[in-house]
Design a protein around this ligand. Structure first.
Ligand SMILES: [Zn+2]
Length: 243
């Protein structure tokens, strides 16, 4: 019997600039989607060679462990230079090739403003790559595909979310996935002026998730922004109590 080809498609794909970005902004949501029976994936645009701490090899091993903890079906990293994520045709094409391979229904991108240029550039780059992936004239060896929905992870954006995802059942696992990046988050001397102590990361992670959870009447949540307006059919089924 011929073994089945490994399934290369996902329902939800999170695209981010750096290894550990997804763990910080939407890892709980990926776990939640997995618990609903959906296939999930992560596409990191860079390999982390420019970070203050750790080598690209160390971060690759840590990213694999974090992927295991987040239960994602696929995690891949492109070779876009860390610290120099640019919105070029070449980079849009690299991402479009992956979008056509993985064929996600939903793509999660970083929010489009922020402190780190790689983050906000990854946002517009990812959007334009998703557009490119749908162009029928572009031949990449896979048929055209455009995700139905693009949402933006807003955890560090300090903007009012369009909606939040309840991650109450998944927050410990999400925190564990972040702490898999020992080279980044374990207490150490290199970059100690730049990085917060390990104990504080736990408090910060839970406090932010609690804040967004409270906005929707749940314990812990991750925030997202969508550019489109929400559409409602049955008014009686709208969640989150008003008074
Ligand atoms: Zn980052």
């Amino acid at each position: 019997m011929i073994p089945a080809a490994p399934q290369t498609t996902v329902d939800v794909l999170a695209i981010a600039a750096h290894r550990d970005d997804v763990e910080q902004t939407c890892g709980g949501t990926l776990l939640r989607m997995k618990s609903l029976g959906l296939r999930t994936g992560i596409l990191d645009l860079t390999q982390g060679e420019a970070g203050t701490r750790g080598s690209a090899e160390e971060r690759a091993a840590e990213a694999a462990e974090a992927a295991r903890l987040l239960q994602v079906d696929i995690r891949q990293a492109l070779d876009i230079p860390d610290g120099n994520v640019a919105n070029t045709y070449e980079n849009r094409l690299k991402i479009a090739v992956k979008v056509r391979e993985m064929r996600p229904r939903v793509v999660i991108l970083p929010y489009w403003t922020g402190r780190h240029p790689d983050h906000y550039t990854a946002s517009i780059l990812g959007y334009e790559a998703c557009f490119l992936a749908g162009l029928s004239k572009l031949d990449t060896g896979n048929p055209p595909h455009r995700p139905f929905k693009i949402v933006y992870a807003g955890l560090y954006a300090d903007v009012r979310p369009s909606f939040v995802v309840d991650i109450t059942d998944h927050i410990e696992q999400r925190f564990a996935s972040l702490m898999a990046y020992r080279s980044q988050y374990a207490n150490q001397s290199a970059g100690s002026a730049l990085f917060v102590p390990e104990e504080e990361i736990r408090e910060r992670t839970f406090a932010m998730a609690r804040h967004y959870g409270l906005l929707a009447g749940v314990r812990y949540a991750e925030p997202f922004v969508q550019k489109e307006i929400g559409l409602v059919d049955d008014l009686t089924l709208i969640p989150v109590q008003s008074i």
